[in-house]
Ligand binder design. Structure first.
Ligand SMILES: C[S@@+](CC[C@H](N)C(=O)[O-])C[C@H]1O[C@@H](n2cnc3c(N)ncnc32)[C@H](O)[C@@H]1O
Length: 282
């Protein structure tokens, strides 16, 4: 319906300037008729008056209202917090929400990695720090590094994982994926959750990831969405609004191969849009 409305708006602007051709006038009439049909189909006229609702209907409406309120407030938090570069108080609130909301997907994705007891693990775009906390429970004697180019994220990760820092097991560094302050072949495992969408140049940034990974080390890219048929309009709108990169399966394979990764594996979660792409350094 949105596309039709926006086409109608364009035609109306031309109409105001008396620039409509006969063909465009007929398209305009057609679109108006189609939209009216869609509005009629919604059938608002048949709604029961509220005072006649049964208890079950009242509960249904209350639940829906609660769900919409939650979704609306999450959307507001995300918009204010700038997911591509979390900033200030609004950024902190958004990172706290993501620490919770990304939990099930992160847990599912990390379960594909076989960790060694003493692995050195890097989390790129560590955000609110929950992924590092999770990793520390999976790699008991491991050491961890988080990097993020947003100061707010670095502070949030430090605060969330103060005990790991105090134990000398975690370092959190303000840096971009494009230029990481690590020697070649440093990490056994590298993960990134919900961050690649925003990296400035995916192909060269992947070279940088590859550089700091040890030979035979594993890289796991985790994302809540990937490009495939049937993505709902609301998801496509978010992708556009936040200027997110959105690769499809071939796109991932292409870049992982170009980077030099061997044994590329793609995991998708049935019933979700989650994806975890794994590559091993040759
Ligand atoms: C949507 S948040 C996800 C945070 C966290 N990984 C999670 O799953 O909750 C994206 C994070 O990636 C970081 N990020 C984006 N581009 C980056 C870059 N070029 N280098 C380092 N971090 C980056 C952002 O600052 C932000 O903290």
């Amino acid at each position: 319906m949105n596309k039709k409305v926006s086409k109608l708006k364009t035609l109306k602007q031309k109409q105001a300037k008396s620039q409509l051709s006969d063909r465009e006038k007929s398209v305009q009439q057609d679109l108006k008729a189609q939209l009216q049909k869609q509005i009629d189909a919604l059938n608002f006229g048949n709604l029961k008056p509220e005072e006649t609702y049964t208890e079950a209907e009242k509960k249904h409406v209350a639940d829906l209202t609660e769900k919409l309120k939650k979704e609306y407030s999450e959307q507001q938090i995300t918009e204010a917090g700038r997911p591509n570069h979390p900033t200030g108080e609004a950024g902190r609130a958004m990172l706290e929400r993501m620490n919770d909301s990304h939990g099930p997907m992160t847990q599912w994705a990390l379960s594909h990695l076989q960790f060694g007891e003493k692995d050195r693990v890097l989390d790129i775009g560590c955000g609110g720090g929950a992924c590092i906390a999770r990793l520390s429970t999976m790699v008991k004697d491991g050491t961890f590094v988080g990097i993020d180019y947003a100061k707010t994220s670095v502070e949030a990760t430090r605060q969330f994982n103060q005990a790991l820092i105090d134990a000398g097991k975690l370092e959190v560094i303000e840096a971009s994926v494009s230029d990481m302050p690590f020697a070649d072949d440093t990490f056994d495992k590298i993960v990134t959750v919900e961050s690649y969408y925003f990296w400035p140049d995916f192909e060269t940034d992947m070279q940088e990831v590859y550089r700091v990974l040890k030979p035979s080390g594993h890289f796991l890219l985790i994302a809540e969405v990937y490009d495939h048929v049937g993505l709902p309009q609301s998801v496509l709108d978010n992708i556009q609004a936040y200027e997110m990169r959105n690769l499809d399966l071939d796109g991932f394979i292409d870049v992982f191969e170009k980077t030099g990764f061997a044994d590329i594996a793609i995991h998708v979660k049935p019933g979700e849009r989650w994806i975890a792409v794994e590559g091993i350094k040759a």
